[in-house]
Design a protein around this ligand. Structure first.
Ligand code: KIV
Length: 277
């Protein structure tokens, strides 16, 4: 990681155009989701390049089954907290389901709220060619947009589950066209979720903007993971593309159990155990 552009000890605030420079230099881009202030501070200090306030906060923080119930108010609330804790990483807020699909005008109004009311630097929307006019509208208004194609979780009911996309030639070709349309419309990066490695390689070679993969193999310009998966806060979720770097869930449960035991045995708080006369 070049210190001039990014890197753990760099004071430079990462911006959307810097990601393109990273791609040109062959520097891998590190993206991670985040949903609250203390975690944002840790993730930022750890040197992650991009913090995504994902609408996956629905399943990871709010207890929903998927991202569909997540509202603009949810995103504003969590994005504001994350942005207070992130000082170096580029921040991207997901636009939640139905906040951008109805019309480009409504998309602009909602994306504008995210930037004005939270301090986030950019937004992400799901979808391909059909959303190119929306991307153009937002970028023209001064809002950097990240694209997201492949398995787009807000469309889980159309896909009929969380399945790998672009497996046959026709759907692979469609995804390449989607990536080109988004790139031409002005996105600064494209998330590729659950697509075959070779298709991700092809898209990465075809578009000038960086690709950020999740379940899309090693050939993307960067990788994104869900924070709760990475540190073991969601141990029941076992996905092929997840690598667990810590068992924070077990650590927290054991710490809380130790506290409970010490209170019950009058070991906490420490001090004289004889009651006042
Ligand atoms: O909301 C999210 O966490 C995402 C990632 C899976 C890319 O969109």
């Amino acid at each position: 990681m070049s210190k001039a552009v990014s890197g753990k000890n760099s004071p430079t605030r990462i911006t959307a155009p810097m990601l393109q420079k990273m791609k040109e230099r062959g520097e891998k881009i590190v993206m991670l989701t985040c949903y609250d202030y203390p975690t944002a501070r840790l993730v930022d200090e750890a040197g992650v390049d991009v913090i995504l306030i994902g609408d996956s906060l629905g399943d990871n923080v709010l207890g929903y089954r998927n991202t569909i119930p997540v509202t603009m108010e949810d995103m504003l609330h969590h994005t504001r907290a994350v942005c207070l804790g992130a000082h170096r990483a580029l921040t991207i807020a997901d636009m939640p389901f139905l906040s951008y699909q109805i019309s480009p005008e409504e998309a602009l109004r909602n994306a504008g709220r995210l930037l004005k009311e939270t301090g986030v630097q950019s937004v992400k929307i799901e979808g391909g060619t059909a959303f190119a006019p929306t991307v153009r509208k937002l970028v023209t208004a001064g809002i950097p947009v990240c694209g997201h194609i492949g398995l787009t979780p807000q469309s889980v009911n159309v896909f009929g589950g969380f399945r790998v996309q672009g497996r046959n030639e026709e759907s692979a070709e469609r995804l390449v066209q989607d990536a080109c349309a988004l790139s031409e419309a002005g996105v600064f990066a494209i998330v590729l979720e659950l697509v075959p490695d070779e298709l991700a390689r092809r898209i990465t070679k075809t578009v000038p903007v960086p690709t950020i993969g999740i379940g899309a193999g090693p050939f993307c310009d960067g990788q994104v993971q869900v924070f709760h998966d990475l540190v073991g806060l969601n141990p029941s979720r076992t996905l092929r593309h997840v690598k667990r770097y810590a068992e924070a869930g077990a650590l927290i449960r054991d710490a809380v159990a130790a506290y409970a035991a010490e209170v019950r045995e009058s070991l906490f708080p420490p001090g004289e155990k004889t009651p006042d006369a």
